[in-house]
Design a protein around this ligand. Structure first.
Ligand code: DP6
Length: 341
């Protein structure tokens, strides 16, 4: 199916829209691509609640030199503006977009460099605004979020999962867009406290990291493992089996970082305090049998995942034992997805 076909030959008109879109944390990791922005394996994430981006986009016509102007927290950001501009130029099936000037005003509720994916929230918020514009110009009325997910994926893979709340898969039903996953009610308020052990700029970006999977000795085995972990995680989420979900979370996080360590051009994003925190979490689980598990994105910061019902005990443990290893802890939870604002 060609998702962009109804939008190929539209006449641009002025339009303004504003979206709030959350970040997400992958339980099963997307790491490695095939073709253009297609995942080498299925992935599955939990959408966050408090960590989101709010983006207003003004689409203007008749501009002498159309392009993208972008303000992040009121400050002009050339790098992000160029990223959006090259994304729009890559949508070549909609050549009329070249005539449209975009003014983007955006803000995040979380600081940069905290291990919370601002590309997932930021690019999905922009893609939702763009989808709104395409639907306005074309009069199309169906599959809004599917189209937004398709367009988000072309900007950043993980962003395609942020257009839905709860738990979301990509590459299970389709590689082209993400879909919501139904889960046991126990999971709908799952907690995620982000232990920010370092907020330094990453030495290797996610996009570059995906590239290192293309000639990786373990690539095919990793993709097989991810497919198996995806199936097990979907089943455990549906059955309400938190122990199995927790084991999958940690296996996926450690496999992701093992791929970086064993890449032909090896690198690591882990810091000494990441490993120190993992040791403390494992000891805590051995001693207390409380359900606290971690996951990692492509960075050193741990996402600490636990059920709502253990919030008090686990937050006390985090405050006493783990926060001394961190520059900051950000408490979040499973959220309901984007809203137009
Ligand atoms: C480790 O979505 O940031 O967070 O498609 O190149 O923009 P691009 O990559 P990106 O990769 C995310 C990788 C990950 C795992 C995940 O979110 O599934």
């Amino acid at each position: 199916m060609n998702f962009l076909e109804p939008f190929e030959s539209l006449s641009p008109a002025p339009f303004e829209t504003s979206w709030r879109s959350p970040s997400n944390i992958a339980l099963v990791k997307y790491w490695g691509k095939k073709g253009h922005q297609l995942p080498a394996n299925p992935s599955l994430s939990m959408t966050l609640k408090n960590c989101f981006t709010e983006t207003r986009v003004c689409f203007e016509v008749g501009h002498a030199n159309p392009g993208v102007e972008l303000l992040l927290d009121g400050v002009r950001q050339e790098k992000f503006a160029l990223k959006i501009e090259s994304y729009l130029r890559s949508l070549t099936s909609m050549p009329w977009l070249k005539k449209v000037h975009c003014v983007v005003e955006t803000r995040n509720t979380f600081p940069h460099g905290t291990g919370i994916a601002s590309s997932a929230s930021g690019l999905s918020a922009f893609a939702l605004g763009l989808t709104d514009y395409l639907f306005f110009l074309s009069g199309v009325k169906v599959d809004f979020f599917r189209t937004a997910s398709y367009l988000s994926r072309l900007a950043s893979g993980s962003a395609c999962r942020s257009v839905y709340g709860g738990f979301v898969s990509w590459g299970g039903d389709s590689d082209l867009y993400a879909s919501p996953v139904s889960v046991h009610p126990d999971f709908t308020h799952l907690r995620d406290s982000v232990l920010v052990v370092s907020s330094d700029e990453k030495t290797v970006s996610s996009t570059a990291g995906h590239g290192r999977m293309s000639d990786h000795f373990y690539a095919e085995t990793r993709f097989l493992q991810a497919r198996a972990n995806y199936a097990r995680t979907v089943a455990a989420l549906s059955a309400g089996d938190f122990t199995e979900v927790g084991n999958m979370l940690e296996t996926e996080a450690l496999s992701l970082h093992a791929m970086m360590l064993t890449a032909p051009s090896a690198f690591t994003l882990l810091k000494p305090n990441t490993l120190a925190a993992i040791d403390i979490i494992w000891a805590f689980r051995r001693e207390t049998h409380l359900p606290l598990y971690f996951t990692l994105d492509a960075g050193p910061n741990l996402h600490l995942i636990y059920p709502e019902s253990y919030e008090h005990k686990i937050r006390t443990f985090i405050a006493h034992e783990l926060s001394p290893l961190a520059v900051k802890v950000i408490d979040d939870e499973c959220g309901e997805g984007p809203v137009k604002c």
